[in-house]
Design a protein around this ligand. Structure first.
Ligand code: 5GP
Ligand code: MN
Length: 338
């Protein structure tokens, strides 16, 4: 559907001077890679573009080209509101509903800009003038690559753009291993390497910059692992006290949930993380095969995401959240047990 409106978007871009690009709250590699990749592209085209992230993001993403120009809404709210009010186009990337922007949602709702959504989550909301949504895509970064291609501008992909887009495809596909990785994804990746993405360096920057604290926190998380073999489920929890003991920094628990899925026979993995300052328990859900964690998160934990990766939250205590989870689990016996 975006294909037959690409000329309209081209015309909107030709008129626009000020553009704002927004990732979701708690930006991950795909959110920052896609927004910064698009930012470089639009800036090179002569637009006054700005990436405004709803809140801060992990240290392991702070080397991305253009990182220093990113504005954090929570830290610079007035400046951000001014830029949003001025924008003629707002790109929203890697999310499907404005509520995923947290406090920034209000300023976006007041804006008269033309909204363009580029996203690969299921069930997109209908807030954008132009919606490029495809839940079969590995990542929003792969879609930004295709978007640039649809604008007939692939030749304008610089090493900086290639680096940003490579990063998000790599992180959202678990380094090209999830089933969302298609042969087309590999073709895009190959072209990004040709266009200047230094693949070995990018893997190093993302995965080999751990702190000792993070690895020791992983040790604690793994000691808390609980396995329900009958329902092929494994879960991990981390209390605020455990996080504090290991001097937790944003991003330190990234990827922990996947350890549950690495167990032989397990198809559903969960991590529960206590966030005392927000009085919530944040959850990540991962699955293999047909077990739909997007539906599970939506039905029980005010969340959502994709079939095999989703998130959610609970207002109960850590213990009560886990009790609630264990009560719900048998309802899915048919799908989970062999
Ligand atoms: P993660 O567990 O890595 O935070 O998120 C996994 C996937 O679920 C991501 O695509 C993320 O955007 C989505 N997700 C995480 N938390 C939430 C949430 O609270 N609500 C919704 N709708 N999606 C979420
Ligand atoms: Mn994504």
């Amino acid at each position: 559907m975006i294909d037959n409106r690409i000329l309209e978007i081209t015309a909107e871009l030709a008129k626009a001077e000020n553009i704002v690009i927004v990732p979701h709250k708690g930006p991950d590699g795909d959110a920052m890679g896609s927004t910064l990749g698009l930012w470089h592209f639009l800036k090179d085209k002569g637009h006054k573009a700005t990436v405004i992230a709803p809140n801060d993001y992990p240290h392991f993403l702070k080397w991305l080209p253009g990182n220093d120009e990113v504005i954090i809404y929570e830290n610079e709210t007035e400046r951000s509101n001014g830029l949003i009010a001025e924008a003629e186009i707002v790109f929203t990337l890697d999310f499907n509903d404005l509520s995923r922007c947290g406090l920034m949602q209000e300023a976006l709702l007041e804006s008269d800009a033309v909204f363009v959504m580029i996203d690969h989550h299921q069930e997109p909301s209908d807030y954008a003038h132009y919606t490029y949504s495809d839940s079969k895509m590995s990542s929003t970064c792969e879609m930004v690559y295709k978007f640039i291609d649809k604008l007939r501008a692939s030749k304008k992909i610089t090493p900086e753009i290639a680096t940003c887009l490579y990063t998000g495809i790599m992180t959202d596909t678990g380094s090209f291993r999830f089933s969302s990785t298609s042969s087309d994804t590999h073709r895009v990746i190959a072209d990004l390497i040709d266009k200047g993405a230094d693949n070995a360096q990018i893997h190093n920057n993302i995965y080999d910059t751990n702190s000792e604290n993070k690895l020791q926190l992983l040790g604690t998380a793994l000691q808390n692992l609980k396995v329900n073999k009958d329902l092929r489920t494994a879960y991990i929890s981390l209390s605020q006290e455990e996080l504090d003991r290991h001097n937790f920094k944003k991003g330190d628990t990234e990827g922990f949930v996947n350890y549950g899925l690495s167990l032989d026979g397990i198809i559903f993995a969960v991590i529960f993380i206590e966030k005392a300052n927000e009085s919530i328990i944040k959850m990540s859900f991962r699955s293999k095969g047909d077990f739909n964690v997007n539906k599970f998160a939506r039905a029980h934990f005010e969340g959502g995401g994709h079939i095999n990766a989703a998130g959610g939250k609970s207002d109960l205590s850590l213990n009560d959240t886990i009790v609630k989870f264990n009560k719900i689990l048998p309802e899915y016996k048919e799908e989970l047990s062999i």
